[in-house]
Design a protein around this ligand. Structure first.
Ligand code: PLP
Length: 393
């Protein structure tokens, strides 16, 4: 039972579990990454779509079992391109989970599409598939499910709805590199998928993202859109002799530097190792935190094998900020992560009458604990000790 006035707690003046803060996330960058970047810089091919970018795209396509991977400078750009490639009429509707990062919605908004928010499950933040169909209208063109915490959304159910209504599925896999859905990797489960390689993700290129699709037409359009509307990619590939390339569309500058391609290659080589360490730490937490009254873990459906991007705990709603502050006082830098889109100023006009009960409950209970490959055994023990102390176990 939580006793907020327990004087042994650091928040109440007691001695903290650790005076050396345990941070919430750290990228796993080692000698092989430094060497890769150094080599790429020394090659002097530092601009976009270079040989290391192409090698990274080839390796990621092989890792996922996908036909096309396009490395771009963020998942936000990838989402924008995923919608842009389809030229949907302005005002068409896209169903987006209420509990996601703003980028899932921005991708559609940049293309003059309208966001329709869907509720999520209160116990893991994933789009509630039983509530999608009621949101479909004659203007709906797409669904954009998100793999919150690296737990795959129920893609078979979503694809089935999409097939019946003729909708495009943009799978926001920003958090789920290496996760499995019914034994299949995320990234190949929808019309198009979008990864993030931001510094907080399971593998990183500093900033970065990728569009993944098996659709040749989508891939070739996005290849042009990400390179300012030019056919420079095929110019470089075909080695044509005209000496210039053509402007065949509009677009933006979303290609990645070759330096970051090199980092992508070195990080991807060890993604399974890094995810494996995360899995071991998560197993230690699950064991260490079991049977704490008032504390639940995110539900992982039986068909999901997450990449443990986030280790979330669900705490009593009224105590959430107090638990976070109490953990921080103990030296554990827990945090909250997103707030439901409709609670944010920009999206407040999208609030609906049913008030998103799943999303609100999930948000009111969620806290994240530190989880990353370089987290030492000692730090893991401190995290467990601090949670138990705060919960009075
Ligand atoms: C679900 C989701 N979508 C998109 C993004 C955006 O990623 P990026 O920073 O690469 O644009 C994030 C980033 O945290 C995310 O969590």
């Amino acid at each position: 039972m939580i006793n907020t006035s327990n004087s042994a707690l650091a928040i109440n003046g007691g001695i903290p579990v650790t005076r050396e803060p345990v941070l919430i996330h750290k990228p796993f960058l080692e000698e092989d990454d430094f060497i890769a970047v150094d080599r790429a810089v020394r090659s002097t091919f530092v601009s976009g779509d270079g040989p290391d970018c192409r090698e990274f795209e080839r390796m990621l396509a092989e890792y996922l079992g996908a036909r096309h991977v396009l490395f771009v400078n963020s998942a936000t750009a990838a989402l924008e391109l995923a919608f842009r490639a389809r030229n949907f009429p302005a005002g068409s509707e896209v169903i987006v989970p209420d509990f996601t990062y703003t980028s899932t919605a921005l991708g559609a908004l940049y293309n003059n599409l309208k966001i329709v928010l869907a509720d999520v499950y209160a116990d893991n933040g994933s789009i509630d598939t039983s509530k999608i169909e009621r949101l479909i209208t004659s203007r709906t063109v797409a669904i954009a499910p998100v793999d919150y915490a690296g737990i795959p959304a129920d893609m078979d159910a979503i694809n089935d709805i999409a097939r019946r209504y003729g909708l495009y599925v943009v799978h926001d896999t920003a958090q789920s590199i290496g996760s499995l859905y019914k034994g299949r990797k995320t990234g190949i489960l929808a019309d198009i998928s979008t990864f993030s390689f931001h510094g907080t993700k399971n593998m990183t290129t500093g900033e970065g993202g990728a569009v993944v699709t098996d659709d040749d037409a989508l891939a070739s359009r996005i290849r042009v859109l990400r390179e300012k509307g030019t056919d420079k990619h095929s110019f470089l590939t075909d080695n044509r002799t005209r000496g210039f390339y053509e402007y065949i569309d509009t677009g933006n500058s979303y290609v990645q530097s070759n330096i970051l391609g090199a980092l992508g290659v070195s990080q991807l080589k060890k993604i399974d190792l890094m995810n494996g360490i995360r899995k071991d730490i998560a197993a230690r937490y699950i064991d260490g935190l079991k049977e704490i009254s008032g504390l639940d873990l995110l539900r992982i459906p039986e068909w999901a094998q997450p990449n443990w991007h986030i280790f979330g705990i669900l705490v009593p709603p009224g105590n959430r900020y107090w638990v976070m502050d109490a953990l921080r006082a103990e030296g554990i830098m827990a945090n909250v992560h997103y707030s439901p889109l409709h609670l944010n100023r920009y999206y407040s006009h999208l609030a609906t009458d049913d008030a998103m009960p799943g999303s609100m409950e999930f948000f009111s209970r969620l806290l994240r604990l530190p989880l990353y490959p370089s987290l030492t055994h000692d730090e893991q023990e401190k995290v467990i000790a601090a949670v138990k102390k705060v919960f009075g176990t």
